[in-house]
Design a protein around this ligand. Structure first.
Ligand SMILES: Nc1ncnc2c1ncn2[C@@H]1O[C@H](COP(=O)(O)OP(=O)(O)OP(=O)(O)O)[C@@H](O)[C@H]1O
Length: 569
């Protein structure tokens, strides 16, 4: 069984390198040294978490409880812990300082079991119980182990790399070839539990993960749409018949149904069931299937009028949910079905999926079918688009009706193509960028940030490349919200998967996890940015960027890719 000591040594080594390759190498050797039983645990812990992305992995321990746990573990006063904390700003360091144990026999499984128990402790007296559990394991740990246990508990491990590194390392460790990473990525789009994926590939090899399918309660990644820059370019993509569906600007939802048990997941795989009791109710009454997984979009909607995305975002809340069910009424528009009564529909062509959806959804005012038209005539598609715009919609999604029009989890391919109002009017483009750093604010922005260093994703090289510096478009509320977020996500050194020129080094780096939508006027060449840069070439940069909105619904792999930027040139 793997000792915690080995994992902690790995953390330290990874913290001391910013070489992408070296990190994958370190992870590979670590995975290789483990029994299959431990690989699952290790896959979570190297990412600083205790379970799959779609489960609530929040342990319910914030600073206050953590301080009490450290004090109890080492028999010192809370004031002493608070003092060290205010000096170092890191409770991991505080745990390190007060621990004197040299003989830890903890295994990675002990840590996982303990943290899981902390997570699952709820109800009356749970705070005290959580403190006791944490104090107990801190007391058993060595100083270095205590430091990292503390960081994982607070969700602050932040080694600056994501699942992508783990997938590469799993490919190397258990198939011996980095090229197989693509199969792991594909499987991870279907089985979004990295622990399960790791365990399967380590125990049964590549063949086992290719067999992953839809499972109720485990969301698959959403299929996405590509874009074209001219309507005429659709001709090549859809030489024969196609379906054009209304495109709504709301939040993507994946609805999992087993009889009366309904779960709703967001595009980022968060379980958002509790935010939408009204949708849950409508699904219970109007989906006529024992078991199903549906795909759709929820939008803010009142008296047959579509309300804004911003309005819908008010439904993102833990408290006063019922009050907001009335304040911000919504409608769920469903457009796909990917599982039905025991059978995966991923490999069923779209026209049959649509028929199955129509057969099992009883339309009513809360849950509806997305409207569409099917035609081979682009004039008809154009008129449908115009009607959508008149109705106040964002645009259309054109979908292939061919025999191979399968549901492709996590893919942005030519089977779905979006055409939006902005493209038609030839206005400026919007980009989904990841924040990788910030420059401090001056004058009116003293104490806040001045601008954000933002990057696009280079999928091929598996790295972020800087693209622009965004300093305008923020409301006062945005400034405050983002500054608070930046404070939480600050990291000490450059993330290993970020490429940045020395001219652009920010005042502080940010763990690459926050996505924003930015409007820009022009993409130009730049010696200062690394987007799309090869050796001595220049990179691309976005000129006159303007912040539009936060995209909490998007994750680090959902950002605009360098391939998409090139397509716009
Ligand atoms: N009929 C529909 N079919 C598929 N997706 C739809 C439909 N209506 C609305 N959508 C939404 O549009 C999104 C597809 O566009 P895209 O793949 O570009 O995602 P996106 O980056 O969020 O889009 P954008 O930023 O352009 O709104 C889906 O994720 C879904 O949320």
């Amino acid at each position: 069984m793997a000792s915690l000591k080995e994992l902690v040594e790995l953390y330290v080594e990874m913290e001391n390198t910013s070489s992408h390759k070296k990190i994958v190498g370190l992870l590979t050797s670590f995975f290789r040294s483990l029994d299959p039983d431990d690989v699952r645990t290790a896959a979570y812990l190297v990412l600083g978490t205790v379970g799959p992305e779609y489960e609530d992995t929040e342990l319910g321990i914030r600073e206050k409880l953590a301080i009490r746990s450290i004090a109890d573990a080492f028999g010192i006063s809370r004031q002493k812990v608070e003092k060290t904390y205010s000096d170092t700003g890191d409770l991991g360091d505080a745990a390190f300082e007060f621990s004197s144990n040299k003989n830890s026999d903890l295994t990675i499984r002990d840590v996982m079991d303990c943290l899981t128990q902390i997570k699952n402790t709820s109800g009356e007296g749970s705070q005290q119980k959580k403190i006791e559990l944490l104090a107990e394991i801190l007391a058993r740990a060595s100083a270095m182990e205590a430091k990292y246990i503390m960081r994982i508990t607070l969700g602050e491990l932040r080694l600056g790399f994501g699942e992508q590194f783990v997938l590469s390392a799993l490919a190397m460790a258990f198939t011996g070839d980095d090229k197989n990473t693509v199969y792991l990525e594909e499987a991870y789009n279907v089985c979004t539990d990295i622990g399960q994926l790791a365990e399967s590939v380590s125990e049964y090899g590549l063949a086992s993960i290719k067999r992953f399918s839809v499972k109720i309660g485990r969301p698959v990644r959403s299929m996405l749409a590509k874009r074209v820059d001219k309507f005429e370019n659709l001709n090549d993509k859809f030489p024969e018949q196609m379906a054009a569906e209304e495109k709504y600007d709301g939040e993507r939802i994946q609805v999992h149904i087993i009889n009366e048990n309904i779960q709703i997941f967001s595009r980022r795989l968060d379980n958002i069931t509790d935010q939408f009791p009204d949708v849950v109710d409508a699904v219970k009454k109007h989906i006529k299937a024992e078991k199903a997984v549906l795909d759709g979009e929820v939008i803010a909607f009142r008296n047959e009028n579509i309300n804004s995305f911003q309005e819908l975002m008010q439904r993102r809340r833990k408290y006063d949910v019922e009050e907001y069910v009335d304040k911000v009424p919504v409608v769920a528009y469903m457009f796909d079905i990917i599982y039905l009564n025991g059978k995966s529909y991923l490999k069923v062509p779209y026209p049959h999926r649509r028929t199955a959806l129509e057969e099992h959804l009883e339309e009513n005012e809360k849950i509806r079918l997305v409207e569409r038209t099917v035609s081979a005539d682009f004039n008809e598609i154009r008129s449908f688009f115009d009607r959508c715009i008149d109705k106040g919609l964002e645009g259309i999604i054109i979908k292939s009706v061919a025999d191979n029009s399968f549901y492709q989890p996590g893919k942005r391919g030519w089977l779905w193509v979006k055409w939006k109002k902005e493209y038609a009017e030839d206005v400026r483009d919007t980009f989904d960028l990841i924040i990788v750093g910030f420059y401090s604010g001056k004058g009116k922005r003293q104490g806040l940030f001045g601008s954000l260093l933002c990057a696009v994703l280079n999928k091929e090289k598996n790295q972020y490349e800087t693209f622009t510096r965004v300093g305008t478009g923020f409301t006062d509320q945005d400034l405050e919200e983002i500054s608070e977020l930046l404070n939480k996500k600050k990291i000490k050194k450059k993330p290993p998967n970020l490429v940045v020129e020395k001219e652009m080094v920010p005042d502080s780096y940010i763990d690459p996890s926050v996505v924003i939508e930015v409007l820009g006027s022009q993409v130009t060449e730049s010696p200062h940015h690394t987007a799309g840069k090869n050796k001595s070439d220049k990179g691309y940069a976005l000129r006159f960027p303007r912040f539009l909105r936060m995209r909490y619904d998007k994750g680090p792999l959902d950002v605009t890719t360098i391939e998409e930027v090139r397509n716009l040139l």
